[in-house]
Design a protein around this ligand. Structure first.
Ligand SMILES: Cc1cc2nc3c(=O)[nH]c(=O)nc-3n(C[C@H](O)[C@H](O)[C@H](O)COP(=O)(O)O)c2cc1C
Length: 191
């Protein structure tokens, strides 16, 4: 099993009935996640001990899953080692991991992952689009900015908003509108 690369792989992680963007770290053959406490993903992994990494390339889905919950029909069931897991139906590929909680810090949980099953369903070619990349960046900063309203994060978000406007296609622009709605910002980015 080797769909993920060395470094941090950004995926949409599904647990039972929940989806959220998460980083899966692969270093020296070891797969891990660092989860901020309080997310549904962290609670579900603690409870059930598995997570599915979905490889998806829909900018709207990244923003929607970062800031809200998907309805129940948004998940497809898969049988992995005799039990049922949830994945996203639009995943181009997915990997189910056994997930064991390691270090519990005040604000985060360290999780060690062991791949159980992976499947490549419908791989597609994705020409590089800076607007798409900026949707991911703006969403990461946006999830943190909602917590702390740090002005430095707001500047980064505005920088990526302007790249999305310049380089994005219809999907990226729709994702931008959603993101601005979730963040409650509608002014024109200055950068
Ligand atoms: C690209 C991206 C990567 C993220 N990576 C992580 C991560 O590694 N760990 C984490 O706790 N949150 C991460 N987040 C933030 C979560 O997606 C966000 O807090 C989300 O609301 C959690 O949803 P949930 O409560 O349904 O689990 C990331 C967000 C984005 C956009």
């Amino acid at each position: 099993m080797g769909l993920l690369g060395e470094g941090i792989n950004e995926v949409i992680a599904t647990t039972w009935g929940n989806a959220a963007p998460m980083g899966i770290i692969l270093r020296d053959g070891v797969y891990r996640m660092v989860l901020f406490r309080g997310s549904h993903t962290a609670m579900n992994i603690e409870r059930w001990g598995w997570v599915v990494a979905n490889m998806v390339h829909d900018p709207v889905l990244w923003v929607r899953t970062a800031f809200s919950d998907l309805p129940a029909p948004a998940f497809a069931e898969e049988s992995v080692e005799g039990f049922l897991v949830h994945r996203l139906p639009e995943a181009e590929a997915w990997i189910a991991f056994d997930a064991a909680i390691g270090n519990r810090a005040r604000e985060s949980l360290a999780v060690t992952l062991a791949p159980m099953k992976e499947e490549i369903l419908s791989p597609q070619v994705h020409p590089v689009n800076r607007g798409y990349n900026s949707v991911i960046e703006a969403a990461v900063h946006g999830t943190r900015w909602l917590w702390n309203k740090d002005p430095a994060l707001r500047e980064l978000i505005d920088h990526h908003r302007s790249i999305i406007r310049r380089c994005g296609g219809p999907g990226e622009l729709e994702a931008l509108g959603l993101l601005e709605g979730y963040l409650g910002i509608a002014d024109k980015p200055s950068s």
